[in-house]
Design a protein around this ligand. Sequence first.
Ligand SMILES: [Zn+2]
Length: 235
Amino acid sequence: MLAVSLAVAYVPTLLGLSAAPALARMQPDDRTVVDGLVFGALLFLFADFMSLTANLGVGAADLIWRGALLASFAGGLVVFAGLERLGGAAPARLAVWWAVGVGLHSLAEGIVVGHNLTLGLAQALRPLAVFSFVLHKVVEGLSVAVLMARGQRTGLPLQVMLASVAALPLAAGALLGAVRLAGAASSIFYALGAGSVAFILPAFAASRSRHPAAWTAAGAAGFLFVAVAALLHEL
Ligand SMILES: [Zn+2]
């Protein structure tokens, strides 16, 4: 379980994060394009989180349950906004907060992965499903790398640390999922994660005004890229 989590979550996240030094050396104009790409990709993931949050809920018709999910979403948004206010808006700090947000989302994913693994290894580890999952983890890592690059803090120790924060919760979630604990909790963590995405999205939109056309085109490309990956996942 731990080996699977490391292979499908930690390695690709770290791979995405390892782009940070190269991103830090980029011209501001080129970085606008990367911002757009990440924004588009996260926008798709956000829509995906929202539908998962709505669908995975046990007895989703239950008003209290829906309220709890909504509160988690809003709570995620408010907590991260509060952290940013307290800690200052330094981009390097933003990278840390966002890594925590990805970590919450990874915990939710882990619970689902753990559930799926108990249903059978062959079904859970279909090559296309693994490939698309790994791809989306690279994008998640890349989104953290963009913020690291902005703060010009891109050292390997920080990469390893933030990859751990962002991806290791998946292993914990997988263990919970495997013993069939916390099925409903995964929805709560998806909702918290979606709140953190709502918090971080504007950070990737800030540079849009510099090159609106390039940013928008990159955004569409990023959105499509993750959409195709998600489609592969369903095959
Ligand atoms: Zn994810």
